[in-house]
Design a protein around this ligand. Sequence first.
Ligand SMILES: C[S@@+](CC[C@H](N)C(=O)[O-])C[C@H]1O[C@@H](n2cnc3c(N)ncnc32)[C@H](O)[C@@H]1O
Length: 270
Amino acid sequence: MSESRTPQPDAPEAEPAANSYVPPKWRTEPRFPDGPAPDPAGSHHERRIRSFQPRRSRVTTGQGEALKRLWGTWGLDIDGREVLDLDRLFGGLPVVLEIGFGMGEATAQMAAADPDTGILAVDVHTPGQGNLLALAERGGMTNVRVANGDAVILLREMLPPASLAGIRVYFPDPWPKARHHKRRLIQPEFLDLAATRMAPGAVLHCATDWEPYAEQMLEVLSAHPLFENTQEDGGFAPRPDFRPLTRFEGQGLDKGHVVHDLLFRRVENA
Ligand SMILES: C[S@@+](CC[C@H](N)C(=O)[O-])C[C@H]1O[C@@H](n2cnc3c(N)ncnc32)[C@H](O)[C@@H]1O
């Protein structure tokens, strides 16, 4: 008699493969009702070198309260499921993406100083998300949205082509060890992606206090065919007035580091 291929109703469930990944609870269970998702789709499960280290950091009571109260209105999970309607989200303002806002103090200052620009601020750092939401609420700002997850997924899956008026990357993780250099955000592949989402004329503004990373940024940006240096001498830019001192920058300056700004314009497609 040939073996039946019909599954038996009381057949035991298949055991998960020995090597299947079971994420720890803190990556899958919500920490704040209606707050940011613990593991927005795509950011942690994708087999890709990431520019950040997932970590569970302590959230203060005030930050937690802000996440619970404000996430539904001003927060955005990077789940990779929909292309965002930036006009709807920002009421038609030109939109600048800030990648890695940390605790968000500088972001809030820039948003307050320029209410005619929308800031889409992305980070994976939960305390910072709560902090920025609280700062924006306190300042009565309506031009900031806080996104939770990996900026690469946001750019690749959720932003339309030529939709951004600028990108800011202030003090990205320097990954100083040679074996970690591949984790640095500013690489040719990232620039390829960023260029597709930036409108012609939009500016990519990077700043770092890590000299070797500054040199790498200058090299890869100068070599990219879709970016041109705003500096005629092809070098670093003076710090623009609109960029406030950031928390990470302050720590670098305390250690005697030198800060470099880079401002590169997205050129028209050839
Ligand atoms: C060194 S901190 C700098 C924070 C802030 N800009 C400052 O200057 O104080 C870099 C931040 O970038 C975030 N980050 C790194 N890669 C990211 C990515 N791919 N998507 C979203 N955030 C990222 C990290 O979580 C971290 O908060």
